[in-house]
Design a protein around this ligand. Structure first.
Ligand SMILES: *Cc1c(COP(=O)(O)O)cnc(C)c1O
Length: 353
């Protein structure tokens, strides 16, 4: 009767994974250029695990369960020190399967503790690029499943329904002019672009790209083999190489954002709007300000929706700490002054590069 047990477990697992998928809130009217260009935030920190990765992880697990790659007792393994680790720990806990996160040794202690609190195991590896090989190896040793989100995102994620762009369209009276997101795997941007075409919405997709990332140069040059080989300093977004789920040909703009501007915008959002997000959200906010000012100059009107990928809770001692920023040489004052001046005057004058 092993076959019947297996399908009963699978049925329960699928039901659990399909459970918590309520739309996240759209925080409207946080800033505007005049009356007719408005900036809103799609608040993914309201996901049950506080991260946008909740969506991707749910879809990757669903696919793996349905395909029989994850069964009762299968150890799930992923190489990540970021939000995906937390989302995976949550779902592995719900499914009752063991989970190991292979993280870079410099992973934040709060992140490690959060995964362990949910019953996950953290294995710390140095140097950081070695996490992928170690995760694959570990999955093999345990007869487990290496999730491999960068390579599997594209096949697992449904762009027709249930994605972040579909929710945004349902939450606004008119489709927005722009959706602005960051790119880690690239699947959020590609899925949004596909869905917008599918829905016939006249909305463009912009990616906010931090320093050292390959996405802006790859998009600008049209060469998807572009690789900086350098890690991004903004958690969750920017990659040393172009990942397979990122589709430069589907996004309308990639906006390079200085790291100091990302941090300044993150702090500005928290201070002025009472919304503490991670620095990737600040990068998107800054890019949205740039796009909005261009719309204003060109006499266009409409909404811009910034996707905030996570809350700021784990960054109290880093991106929200002035001494830490100073030690890292991240000088945010000129960018903060530009954001404050905009609040006061409605004029957007970012510092010269
Ligand atoms: C992963 C991540 C993103 C980007 O999402 P992808 O779909 O992987 O491109 C944006 N913000 C945060 C905070 C993330 O963790």
């Amino acid at each position: 009767m092993a076959g019947r047990d297996e399908s009963a477990w699978r049925r329960d697992a699928v039901a659990i994974l399909r459970e918590d998928s309520a739309p996240t809130p759209l925080r409207t009217g946080l800033a505007s250029f005049g009356e007719a260009i408005r900036l809103h935030v799609k608040d993914e920190s309201a996901q049950p695990t506080g991260t946008l990765k909740h969506r991707l992880v749910r879809e990757l697990l669903l696919r793996a369960v349905i395909e029989g790659e994850i069964r009762e007792g299968t150890r799930v393994v992923e190489a990540t020190g970021g939000g995906a680790a937390l989302a995976l720990a949550h779902f592995a806990n719900r499914l009752g399967v063991p989970f190991t996160a292979v993280m870079p040794a410099r992973a934040h202690p709060a992140q490690i503790a959060a995964v362990e609190d949910l019953g996950g195991v953290c294995e710390l590896v140095d140097p950081p690029p070695a996490i992928y090989e170690r995760a694959a190896e570990l999955a093999k040793e345990h007869g487990g499943h290496y999730l491999d989100m960068f390579n599997r995102a594209e096949a697992a994620v449904d762009w027709r329904a249930g994605n972040v762009a579909a929710e945004i369209l349902a939450q606004l009276p008119e489709p927005p002019a722009w959706i602005v997101c960051g790119a880690g795997t690239g699947i959020t941007a590609a899925t949004a672009a596909r869905h917008l075409r599918y829905a016939g919405a006249d909305t463009r997709v912009a990616v906010a790209d931090p320093e050292h990332s390959s996405y802006f140069p790859a998009w600008a040059s049209g060469y998807d083999g572009y690789a900086t080989g350098m890690p991004s300093r903004i958690p969750g977004i920017g990659r040393p190489r172009v990942e397979p789920a990122f589709r430069a040909d589907l996004v309308d703009a990639v906006v390079p954002v200085p790291d100091a501007a990302s941090v300044a915008a993150t702090r500005h959002l928290a201070g002025r709007h009472g919304t503490a997000y991670g620095p990737a959200a600040g990068a998107c906010w800054w890019a949205a300000m740039e796009l909005a000012s261009r719309m204003d100059r060109d006499g266009r009107t409409g909404d811009l929706v910034v996707i905030a990928g996570e809350g700021g809770g784990t960054y109290a001692a880093t991106f929200y700490d002035d001494e830490w920023l100073a030690a890292k040489g991240i000088e945010t004052a000129p960018h903060r002054a530009a954001l404050d001046a905009f609040e006061a005057t409605g004029e957007w004058r970012p510092p010269a590069r």
